[in-house]
Design a protein around this ligand. Structure first.
Ligand SMILES: Nc1ncnc2c1ncn2[C@@H]1O[C@H](COP(=O)(O)OP(=O)(O)O)[C@@H](O)[C@H]1O
Ligand SMILES: Nc1ccn([C@H]2C[C@H](O)[C@@H](COP(=O)(O)OP(=O)(O)O)O2)c(=O)n1
Length: 247
């Protein structure tokens, strides 16, 4: 694990432990022999209010890559499931599989799509906030969303992906992994509408049995409490380029 706070990208790069190439060769074309393209996935994980979406958006723009906010899958499913069935953490129910079999969940930009209907403000509603942690802890929900996330990342090819378990579970071979943190006071100030519910979600996200929020062992921990976004993005961009070159 590294820290981005005070050291230069070159030193940081030397401290990275390599677990995979981070570059995936994908074949396109019906023959199976088609063009070989290389993809570069950047993973950004961290707790709520640490700045993941903001940083992912800015980093993706700088690197000219698309971004994917995986929290939107969980919020969209929480919205859909909350009107049907509330899953217990360890409940691997047929009901949930059935729900997924009969509904189409997708993410496009910063909106979730449920059966083609765009959900935006709904995803930050009280109804979603109340069930989000419970839905996110359910193993069936996680398994079904994991399939969607991986399919979307494979489709995008190269992208910046943010969430809770991207570097540890969804895409462990990401070329560069960041784990964002920010002081609690700062996070609460940045998320006034959520208040102390943020703490509750932190606790549930980090202690759930399936794919808990944790720092991947080869991730850079980035403190986003005080640094300006411009400085942070420039450093992170340098690191991604260094990592991509070394693969
Ligand atoms: N370095 C920063 N300086 C100032 N504001 C920031 C910084 N990083 C994030 N923010 C702000 O904090 C809020 C929460 O950030 P967000 O990206 O939504 O966090 P997350 O996706 O981790 O929940 C947003 O309003 C964002 O503009
Ligand atoms: N990769 C992910 C992304 C989100 N989740 C769950 C857990 C989170 O509390 C909710 C909402 O995620 P989201 O990224 O929208 O939340 P924040 O903007 O970080 O507060 O979804 C997850 O379990 N795994």
């Amino acid at each position: 694990m590294g820290s981005i706070a005070a050291v230069s990208p070159a030193i940081l790069a030397a401290g990275i432990r390599k677990v995979g190439s981070g570059l995936h060769a994908t074949h396109s074309g019906n023959s199976g022999i088609g063009v070989v393209t290389m993809s570069l996935v950047v993973a950004i994980d961290g707790p709520g209010g640490s700045g993941k979406s903001t940083v992912a958006y800015r980093l993706a723009a700088m690197l000219l890559l698309p971004m994917l906010s995986t929290g939107l899958y969980f919020r969209t499913v929480a919205w859909g499931l909350s009107s049907v069935v509330l899953p217990d953490q360890d409940d691997d129910t047929a009901d949930i599989n059935d729900w997924f079999d009969h509904h189409e969940v997708a993410v496009e930009g910063q909106v979730g799509l449920l059966d083609g209907r765009a959900l935006d403000e709904e995803l930050r509603s009280k109804r979603v906030q109340e069930v989000l942690a419970q839905v996110s802890a359910n193993p069936t929900v996680r398994r079904r969303i994991l399939e969607l996330e991986r399919a979307e990342i494979a489709k995008l090819g190269s992208c910046v992906v943010e969430g809770r378990d991207i570097g540890s579970v969804v895409w462990p071979d990401a070329v560069c992994k960041f784990y964002l943190v920010a002081r609690l006071k700062v996070r609460l100030e940045r998320r006034p509408e959520e208040g102390l519910q943020l703490l509750d979600r932190d606790l549930k996200d980090t202690t759930r049995y399936h794919a808990p929020l944790k720092v991947a062992e080869d991730a850079f921990v980035v403190d986003n409490s005080d640094e300006s976004l411009d400085v942070l993005i420039a450093r992170m961009g340098d690191l991604v380029k260094l990592r991509a070159k070394s693969c």
